[in-house]
Ligand binder design. Structure first.
Ligand SMILES: Nc1ncnc2c1ncn2[C@@H]1O[C@H](COP(=O)(O)OP(=O)(O)O)[C@@H](O)[C@H]1O
Ligand SMILES: [Mg+2]
Length: 585
């Protein structure tokens, strides 16, 4: 990770690829900026020439010439400053678009385990807001900060040249006032931070409450919710009012100092010299004009510097995301898996975090073409076993072997293509049902999809939809019931005709009748395939070749239904429990 010290060059190096393509934009933008800053110095000087030369000489034509020059400089300067903003903003937008694309495509390649530790909504929001800040760094911020610094240096040189005595008195006073204002601004910005935090609290509360609206109404909690929101908003409002009071007070005070006090000081210092002829009226005008032009940028200096610091923090956060190890890096091999005989778990121990072992010395084999069932209490490690099988995590001890080769050394994409994964919590993409079944894979024919749909008995459901298979699913499939979602995911596995079918409590949301119907069809359709089933209802595992009974991360019993009934008390209890629930065997 980057150290504080290597900051600038480190970032420049990482950023260079993004800027490279648009070097032209950057070059012309900076050039426009340089010229704009220089031109800002020029027009008061022309004014000084008119006052000091043309008027005393009573040279009207020279005065006209200077007048036109003045107009020309102002026009060109306006044009160029427009150009610099356009060019650099464009650069900023282009860079940030590439940047976001890179970050999101990188996120997609990260191991699943990484997302467990991240609240994803928050993460995405942070990437968005960080990107915005980085964008500003390239456009507005660089224009204001670099442009103004150039201008200040110019002012300093011109003033020293014209009247070094007055300059050396006035500049330190300006510097001290600016430092005082910065200190005050830092103080005020702690209030800005408070406001931001309170705003976040209010919107988080609103989001939570809106999501739980049904429960709030069912529990008659509307009044309490309103009270809670009112309190949070009131709190935010109080801080806002106090802040604006201090902020505008400080601003007005300093504006007064710069606008009035400095001008008075300059006049007091210059007037005696003008009277004795050691300084000119033009110089006084230049001083006053420059001071006016510096006020606004100077007042915003500390704000800009703070923005820049924040932009750098954002930039750092984003760049750190792109530096995270992707799955391509955690899998060491490229060997294409040939699954001919068996998948073996050999003395596998696994922990999501530190030494919290979730699986302890687990060994079993999944022979090709067999049906293996995982049963046991919740939290015993069944889903974890499935995740390891799919290569979502890497084991810490022991190994997962495919025909003797460690999973870690295989091409994980090719491995996952072998697997049809059906989970309890189904993910549907925003898009038509057709594409949700074949997952944008044109090799899967529409007829294959139709067939799969009919196997899972969704024909009637599809027929009732306005556009049939082309009906768009709402966000995360909100317009589809949980059971229908599961059936769609069954159809997905069918359409892909994967070699290995894995189901994790996949029938939990389907009613027993539908389940039984699907089961019969599935058995014939998936017959001959390798199946790994975490069963919600025991009915679906009675015919398994081997049932593994999981308890607290270990396999405590194994065998087929009959064997387990005889040998495992836990299994017997489980069966009794489900039979008591009124299921037929
Ligand atoms: N992503 C995760 N991060 C940390 N702990 C987890 C994670 N997923 C599951 N666990 C823990 O691992 C244990 C086994 O969980 P799991 O494999 O889901 O059990 P099962 O599927 O048998 O109900 C539980 O104690 C659970 O809290
Ligand atoms: Mg589970």
């Amino acid at each position: 990770m980057p150290e504080q010290k290597q900051k600038f060059s480190y970032y420049l190096k990482l950023l260079y690829p993004f800027i490279k393509k648009d070097k032209g934009l950057l070059f012309f933008g900076l050039f426009a900026m340089l010229v704009t800053s220089a031109l800002r110095l020029v027009d008061p000087l022309i004014l000084a020439l008119i006052i000091d030369k043309s008027i005393p000489n009573q040279d009207l034509s020279e005065m006209l010439r200077y007048g036109f020059m003045f107009i020309g400089v102002v026009l060109i300067s306006g044009l160029l400053s427009y150009l610099q903003i356009v060019l650099l903003s464009r650069l900023g937008i282009k860079i940030i678009t590439q940047f976001k694309g890179k970050v999101f495509s990188h996120l997609l390649k990260l191991p699943v385990g990484w997302f467990n530790k991240q609240p994803v909504g928050e993460l995405i929001a942070r990437v968005e807001s960080d990107s915005e800040r980085v964008k500003v760094l390239f456009s507005d911020l660089s224009i204001t900060i670099i442009g103004n610094l150039l201008f200040f240096v110019g002012v300093f040189i011109v003033l020293l040249y014209r009247d070094w005595k007055t300059t050396s008195i006035i500049l330190p006073i300006i510097a001290i006032s600016i430092i005082a204002y910065s200190v005050l601004f830092r103080y005020i910005s702690s209030f800005f931070r408070q406001i931001r935090e309170k705003y976040a609290i209010v919107s988080a509360k609103i989001t939570d409450y809106v999501q739980g609206m049904q429960m709030i109404q069912a529990l008659n909690q509307e009044q309490r919710v309103i009270e809670d929101l009112r309190r949070a908003s009131k709190d935010k409002q109080r801080t806002e009012i106090k802040t604006s009071f201090i902020e505008y007070g400080a601003q007005s005070f300093f504006m007064f100092i710069f606008n009035v006090v400095f001008v008075v000081i300059v006049i007091m210092l210059s007037a005696p010299k003008i009277i004795v002829g050691t300084a000119t009226l033009g110089t006084l005008i230049v001083f006053i004009q420059y001071i006016y032009r510096m006020i606004w940028p100077l007042m915003h200096l500390s704000e800009n510097v703070m923005q820049m610091q924040r932009s750098f923090v954002s930039l750092k956060r984003i760049l750190e995301l792109t530096a995270l190890q992707t799955e391509d890096e955690t899998f060491t091999g490229t060997q294409v898996p040939a699954f001919e005989h068996e998948i073996r778990f050999e003395n596998v121990s696994f922990a999501y975090e530190g030494e919290d072992w979730v699986l302890k010395d687990v060994s079993f084999s999944i022979p090709k073409g067999k049906k293996i069932a995982l049963v046991g209490p919740s939290g015993s490690g069944k889903s974890t076993t499935i995740s390891l099988l799919c290569g979502f995590y890497h084991v810490q001890k022991g190994s997962v072997l495919v025909d003797g080769s460690p999973l870690r050394g295989l091409d994980f994409r090719a491995w996952r293509r072998n697997i049809g994964l059906i989970l309890q919590d189904i993910y549907l993409f925003p898009g038509p049902i057709l594409e949700n079944v074949r997952v944008y894979n044109d090799n899967v024919d529409v007829d294959v999809v139709r067939n799969a749909i009919s196997v899972v008995q969704l024909d009637d459901f599809i027929k009732a939809l306005p556009d049939g298979l082309d009906t768009e699913l709402a966000e995360r499939g909100q317009n589809v019931s949980q059971g229908e979602k599961q059936l769609i995911s069954f159809a997905r596995a069918l359409a892909f005709d994967s070699e290995i079918i894995i189901m994790d409590e996949a029938t939990a949301s389907i009613d027993p009748q539908t389940e039984a119907r699907i089961q019969r069809t599935m058995n014939s359709v998936f017959g001959g395939k390798t199946m790994v089933i975490v069963a919600h209802r025991l009915t679906s595992v009675l015919d398994a070749d081997e049932i593994l009974y999981f308890s607290e991360g270990r396999i405590t019993a194994r065998g087929n239904h009959q064997t387990l009934l005889r040998e495992s008390e836990d299994y017997r209890k489980l069966v009794e429990l489900q039979l008591l629930g009124g299921k037929d065997e």
